[in-house]
Design a protein around this ligand. Structure first.
Ligand code: ADP
Ligand code: MG
Length: 268
């Protein structure tokens, strides 16, 4: 990769900058130049129809996908690349896998499908990564994991296995597990889409609590009520582009684009 426009020098923890990101799969471009800035301590909700590129954007942010053009920066540091001087200019060098993995732990990822380890208790699901990936001491991590499980409303269920928990409880374990890595940013990809309707509220309540306490979050969801209540900015994507973005009062209650209006009419 050669020179691109480089990120600003704003290095506050949790600041995410997505600049001109293009991404193709097998020659078909699915992100056509996405720009996005997420300020530390804010919540960004990404809305858009199925196939519009929302998951690809999240996966590009934590470098699960390598972008074709543009860049992503976290805390002013490029994700996936290192800047090196080269004959009086700057060049980008790909980071080694180990360094990419280190960077990736700065992002907590919560999936639609929970992805808990079925053979581990709730507590051990939360404890696993900080111990194995961050090399922290089990006793210290366990104490923190208990606090995190209490925070997501699961005090007393530490010893339960995933199959003994409802979908809503499993997703709350998954949130505690993401938090245990002490990430700078939490990424959520349709965290309530796989849940029975009566279980959606308990997961959204936990996310709202995290938002109120200043966690930087990027949330892909169709929960318009959550977006209206909690989001600092709403981003509407369609066909691999950001069609409009702004505060919820603007994007949800006074959308400027026909495609946003048509989408909202379908989901509201
Ligand atoms: P959304 O999350 O908004 O539903 P995605 O980011 O999953 O959208 O997908 C955007 C487009 O990229 C879709 O057309 C999808 O089929 C395609 N796509 C996503 N992931 C892959 C992949 N791994 N290989 C090929 N095509 C993909
Ligand atoms: Mg998706």
């Amino acid at each position: 990769m050669t020179a691109v426009e480089l990120p600003t020098t704003d290095t506050r923890p949790g600041r995410v900058e997505v600049h001109g990101v293009h991404k193709s799969y097998a020659g078909v471009e699915v992100l056509h130049g996405v720009d996005l800035v997420v300020e530390p301590g804010t919540v960004t909700v990404v809305l858009g129809p199925s196939g519009s590129g929302k998951s690809t954007l999240l996966r590009s942010i934590n470098h699960l996908e390598k972008v074709d053009r543009g860049f992503v920066a976290l805390d002013g540091e490029l994700v996936g690349y290192r800047r090196k001087p080269h004959r009086g200019r700057e060049r980008l060098h790909e980071l080694q896998e180990k360094e990419v993995l280190r960077q990736r732990t700065r992002f907590g990822f919560v999936f639609q499908s929970f992805n808990l380890f079925p053979h581990l208790t709730a507590l051990d699901n939360v404890v696993e990564a900080p111990v194995s990936a961050q090399g922290r001491g089990r006793r210290e991590v366990e104490a923190e994991a208990r606090e995190l499980l209490a925070r997501v409303g699961l005090a007393g269920r530490e010893g339960a296995y995933p199959r003994q928990l409802s979908g809503g409880q499993q997703q709350r374990v998954a949130i505690a597990r993401a938090l245990a890595m002490r990430p700078a940013v939490l990424l959520f990809d349709e965290p309530t889409s796989a849940l029975d309707p009566e279980l959606v509220g308990e997961v959204l309540a936990v996310m709202e609590d995290l938002a109120r306490s200043g966690t930087t979050m990027i949330v892909v969801t169709h929960e318009i009520g959550f977006a209206r209540e909690v989001a600092d900015q709403v981003v509407f994507m369609d066909e691999g582009r950001v069609v409009e973005q702004g505060p919820p009062e603007q994007v949800i209650d006074a959308p400027q684009h026909d495609r946003t209006r048509a989408f909202l009419a379908r989901v509201l």
